[in-house]
Write a protein that binds this ligand. Structure first.
Ligand code: TXA
Ligand code: MG
Length: 313
């Protein structure tokens, strides 16, 4: 059992606490406390131009951060909150620039997780980036947080998260509906609620709409390689999708289950590191593109980022 009161006290004292959500573990700090928020950036080693998501425990609380909610926001909140959908909206003047990295928008979500919601209802709104060292795979278990931040780091243990990939992020701040980060809630589901086309963010834009997208992310120490796989080599680690492959110590076969791969991806990345593998091969997902479009888009986005060389090196 987690006794939340000691963690609530830490937050009230301006300290950070990691907590579970349905997507990944978050590194929480009081959304109204500048020094606590600075500590989040410091703990993660996160660039200060990458803004944070505010987490709330009720739909009404979003009004503390944005008072210009378009109808699209109201419909999406109605349909998907609590849930893995983050909305980017025009921010109220008093929202701290530290959260938004100076942008005039703020990202908000209400997680669908009992422990997270009880915690948030006791602390008030928390900023919470994924609770990993910047650039590393997001944590889906309490032990992952401790691996990154040390064994005594304060983590509320809620077991393994059920979704395993971060929330879908949608920008509604400009009169349009723009997907900034794909997640479990897919474009088709959003379009069917809004009766409106979802646009894709222009990654060529000089001012990136979602600053996080320009940094390398989700990377284990092993090199991640994505594509078709013709043979299995004993010295590498394989995440396979195709039913034709058998089982061996260094292969995990997902048999086309992208939901399960999403749930386990980051854990497998960290496991491969623990076993000392130098390369992780992830099999091409494209034959499941139409069967499971939202998990396909979310997985492809994370895997491709995990494959890229460090853009800031
Ligand atoms: O599932 C999740 O969203 C997890 C859990 C803990 O809730 N959190 C998470 O936070 O993934 P983080 O900080 O790792 O990712 C936040 C993403 C980044 O890509 C960031 O650039 C984007 O949201 N973001 C935050 N505020 C924004 C804003 N005002 N405009 C555009 N993008 C924003
Ligand atoms: Mg993150």
């Amino acid at each position: 059992m987690n006794d939340l009161s000691t963690y609530v006290k830490r937050i009230k004292d301006g300290q950070v606490v990691a907590f579970p959500t349905e997507t990944v573990y978050g590194l929480g700090a009081d959304a109204w406390n500048p020094s606590a928020i600075l500590d989040v950036f410091k703990t993660k080693g996160r660039p200060s131009d990458n803004p944070l998501i505010v987490h709330v425990s009720s739909k009404a609380e979003i009004r503390e951060f944005s008072d210009t909610l378009p109808n699209t926001a109201l419909s999406l909140i109605d349909a998907f909150w609590p849930g893995p959908l983050t909305l980017v909206l025009k921010k109220k003047a008093n929202v701290l620039d530290l959260i938004t990295s100076g942008l005039d928008t703020v990202a908000v979500r209400m997680p669908d997780h009992e422990l997270a919601l009880s915690f948030l209802s006791m602390t008030g709104p928390l900023v919470a980036p994924s609770a990993n060292k910047s650039g590393r795979p997001s944590p889906t278990k309490a032990e992952h947080v401790k691996n990154d931040f040390g064994k005594d780091f304060p983590v509320i243990d809620g077991g393994a998260t059920t979704i395993g990939l971060e929330s879908t992020v949608v920008d509604l701040s400009d009169g349009k509906v723009v997907l900034l980060r794909p997640g479990k809630i897919g474009v088709t589901e959003i379009e069917s609620v809004l009766n409106e086309k979802v646009l894709f963010s222009d990654s060529e834009a000089t001012v990136p709409k979602s600053p996080g997208q320009k940094y390398s992310h989700y990377k284990p120490n092993a090199q991640v390689v994505y594509g078709t796989i013709d043979q299995i080599d004993d010295s590498f680690f394989y995440l396979l999708l195709d039913r034709r492959w058998g089982k061996s110590r260094n292969t995990i076969n997902y048999n086309g289950d992208l939901e399960k791969l999403s749930r386990e991806l980051y854990d497998r990345f960290r496991q491969a590191d623990q076993f000392g593998y130098k390369k992780i091969y992830v099999e091409d997902l494209s034959s499941y593109k139409y069967e499971q479009p939202s998990f396909y888009a979310a997985l492809k986005n994370r895997i491709e980022k995990a494959c890229t060389e460090d853009l800031n090196a």
